[in-house]
Design a protein around this ligand. Structure first.
Ligand code: ZN
Length: 146
């Protein structure tokens, strides 16, 4: 199930420079996180039920560096919230859509993420994102012993 648009990803040269525009409209950066395996720094800006995600490359071979090199800064991907990214991965692949990873991987915020190739989605890179499982300690009601 896809309950909402989770966020819209924008490739930027510099988070420090790009954030000013959103802050000028009263939005606030909720957090900045580095995702080393993706070679990116990520700033999340909550906006209603969704977020704007600013993506800055941290390595020359980062997918974001590659994107900016080819097309310049701009809209990078659309992220749909998913209640089950693993199931969605199998369903999309079975239906003939091109998913980029064999299985979902951990993205910013510990979310499970998968990407669908733009050729399968009208020219748009689509990310599917499922929030991480709550920590073991948060999963059980207080006082329950098992
Ligand atoms: Zn994203």
């Amino acid at each position: 199930m896809i309950p909402k648009i989770d966020h819209i990803g924008i490739a930027v040269e510099s988070i420090d420079e790009a954030r000013g525009f959103y802050e000028a409209m009263g939005l606030e950066v909720a957090g900045i996180e580095e995702v080393p395996r993706e070679g990116v720094r990520v700033a999340m800006i909550p906006c209603g039920e969704s977020k704007i995600e600013l993506l800055e490359a941290t390595t020359p071979d980062s997918p974001i560096a590659d994107f900016i090199g080819r097309r310049g800064p701009g809209l990078h991907h659309l992220c749909l919230a998913s209640t089950d990214v693993r199931a969605a991965t199998g369903e999309l692949r079975d239906a003939g859509y091109r998913v980029l990873r064999e299985q979902p991987t951990r993205g910013a915020g510990g979310c499970w993420v998968q990407f669908v190739h733009p050729k399968s989605a009208s020219g748009v890179l689509v990310e599917l994102s499922e929030p991480p499982e709550p920590a073991e300690s948060e999963r059980r009601p207080i006082g329950e012993s098992r």
